[in-house]
Design a protein around this ligand. Structure first.
Ligand SMILES: C[S@@+](CC[C@H](N)C(=O)[O-])C[C@H]1O[C@@H](n2cnc3c(N)ncnc32)[C@H](O)[C@@H]1O
Length: 267
């Protein structure tokens, strides 16, 4: 995604991992997310609210791009017997996540790894009921995303769920421009003059453009992302929430509804 301040000159251009592996830069990551993505918390709650699992269920989950740990934290709080393998390419982010998730010791295992090579991070024998990801998969191109989601599908047990809260891109240039205008206005309001990056509309536009280029952001249209979930083998796919350039998508590993004829909250 889209993060923080820091010196752009220190980064590898267009690299979604290197951009987050700078301790100085990620120090304000969560505060910046509140300014730039105020829907994040709501999106994560919408996603977790979809899960039909009983609260006491003991299951293993993967978090792709755990970052500072917000999505994992919510799952661990809502499901007290859940365990998570938390994956990220940036060791600096994992250090922050380890502090945030300290209270859940024994239930989280941190692994440094690249979504583009999940075979190296997840053993073939490892299986679980849930894969979560937030604001991370838009760093991959289409083929990389298909491969990563396909690996997640094979991690999932039948009836397991895949939940992704991420950026999407409108196909319409008019809507894209309008979303960007509204986004810039919102960021400036929330930053309230106190942040030199966001004092004027021009500064805010340039900051966002430079950041997205540095981080190699490549969000796809929501329809393309849904198709990727299907190509990667997920069933019952859908968009659970969407606003402007952010969406929550879900899919399940077939047979999603087996043994649960009442529906039980399934998609
Ligand atoms: C914007 S942050 C999102 C973090 C967190 N999930 C959240 O919602 O705030 C994106 C994360 O994905 C990680 N990331 C980006 N590309 C990656 C890749 N190819 N492999 C592993 N991690 C990657 C970054 O290091 C960063 O921690």
């Amino acid at each position: 995604m889209e993060a923080p301040n820091g010196d752009p000159g220190q980064q590898v251009p267009g690299d979604g991992i290197a951009a987050y592996d700078l301790p100085k830069r990620i120090a304000t990551y969560d505060a910046d997310m509140d300014i730039m993505h105020p829907n994040r918390d709501h999106m994560l709650r919408v996603a977790v609210g979809l899960l039909p699992f009983p609260r006491e269920q003991d299951f293993l989950a993967l978090d792709l791009g755990v970052g500072t740990g917000c999505f994992s934290q919510l799952v661990l709080e809502v499901f007290p017997n859940a365990r998570i393998i938390a994956i990220d390419g940036a060791a600096s982010m994992l250090e922050i996540a380890a502090v945030r998730l300290d209270a859940f010791q024994g239930r989280v295992e941190f692994r440094t790894g690249d979504f583009r090579d999940l075979e190296a991070v997840i053993a073939p024998s490892e299986r679980g009921k849930l894969v979560i990801s937030s604001f991370a998969l838009h760093h991959l191109d289409r083929n990389e995303k298909v491969e990563a989601v396909a690996r997640c599908t094979s991690f999932l047990e039948p009836g397991g769920w895949f939940l992704n809260a991420d950026l999407v891109r409108s196909d319409s240039p008019i809507l894209r421009n309008r979303y960007q205008e509204l986004r810039v206005q919102g960021i400036m309001q929330r930053a309230e003059d106190s942040d030199p990056r966001f004092r004027t509309s021009e500064q805010t536009h340039s900051f966002l453009e430079a950041m997205e280029a540095r981080e190699g952001d490549q969000p796809l249209a929501a329809a393309e992302d849904l198709e990727i979930l299907q190509v990667a083998g997920l069933k019952q796919t859908g968009i659970a929430w969407m606003e402007h350039r952010e969406a929550v998508m879900a899919g399940t590993r077939h047979p999603a509804l087996a043994g649960n004829p009442s529906g039980g909250g399934g998609l």
